[in-house]
Design a protein around this ligand. Sequence first.
Ligand code: ATP
Ligand code: MG
Length: 160
Amino acid sequence: EWVSFIPYINRVIDRFEISRERGISYVRRFPKQQIYVEIDTDKVTQVLDNIISNAIKYSPNGGKITIKIIMYHEYMEVRISDQGIGIPKASISRIFDRFYRIDKARSRVLGGTGLGLAIAKEMIQAHGGRIWASSIEDKGTTIHFTLPYDRNQEDDFDEI
Ligand code: ATP
Ligand code: MG
């Protein structure tokens, strides 16, 4: 379905912000313009829920999670950054693999199956986007994904 992406993602983030889990705060850096995307909102919500839940899980109490949207000509990039434990270089390409979890000991305490990001990757690719991670150990992690958007759709809306 067609959705206006910024109000949509605000609703997703609001749910996390309201629960104020572990004193974590949310910073939103969004463009002023409207962005119309054709997405399966249930699926993209599942992707966002997993990435934000991971960011919370691996953040210190009171950490900050920043959600940024960057516009390119035919797609946008969503970046979700945390100030958590980070991901070792050797693992960064593997976190999107099924059942892959870094350091079984630290992950066991926090729980999970290691499927969240594998499912996120499938869903983003099904939408014609890409997903990847960047990270510095002990500083934090950023998960990036892209989604195509329709400039024409946007122009049509502007003319109304
Ligand atoms: P599930 O999502 O199935 O509950 P999970 O969260 O362990 O389990 P994924 O979401 O696929 O699985 O993440 C895979 C692994 O990548 C995690 O176990 C964790 O080791 C690492 N990881 C993911 N996100 C972060 C993050 N923001 N900071 C640090 N490590 C992360
Ligand atoms: Mg997860």
